[in-house]
Design a protein around this ligand. Structure first.
Ligand SMILES: [Zn+2]
Length: 152
């Protein structure tokens, strides 16, 4: 299974009238009124493959408190980006962290909002697991000796 892609939050540069903008690839941006977008558009993302812009709108898409967008995204421009995605800092106060851990022989990555790595570690709560790594979800990579590199 392809790991989710985490879009970094960014403020895209606009023209003075704010009617057009320069997207930052692999990032997401909150839309603004001057764009005159359809009602329900809650985020603009720049496709990691083709860098073109996709707008995410309710009710087609939903976002949970961790920034997980459902259903997953399929870029209609390049058709080669099909993935589950997260919007980093969807909850503005905190950063999205990825916690990589194993339960028995299974490798898992859990996402949570936290202010620090330490707080992210507490997110899993008590249980029989082994935390391998904790890091900011944007650009997070863990090397699993058996299966190679996993990215989040
Ligand atoms: Zn694309």
């Amino acid at each position: 299974m392809t790991p989710p892609f985490v879009f970094e939050m960014s403020v895209w540069e606009t023209t003075p009238a704010k009617t057009s903008f320069k997207p930052v690839p692999k990032s997401w941006c909150k839309p603004w009124d001057e764009l005159g977008l359809a009602i329900g558009v809650f985020a603009l993302i720049s496709c990691p493959n083709c860098h073109k812009v996709l707008s995410l709108a309710h009710p087609e898409f939903k976002v949970n408190k961790y920034g997980l967008v459902s259903p997953g995204i399929s870029c209609h421009h390049c058709k080669s980006f099909n993935c589950e995605i997260y919007l980093d800092k969807w909850n503005r106060d905190k950063t999205l962290y990825a916690v990589a851990y194993t339960v028995g022989r299974k490798f898992r990555i859990e996402y949570c909002h936290a202010s620090t790595q330490l707080e992210a570690r507490f997110h899993l709560g008590p249980g029989k697991y082994n935390i391998i790594a904790v890091g900011r979800a944007v650009g997070f990579r863990v090397t699993d000796e058996k299966k190679g590199t996993l990215e989040a």
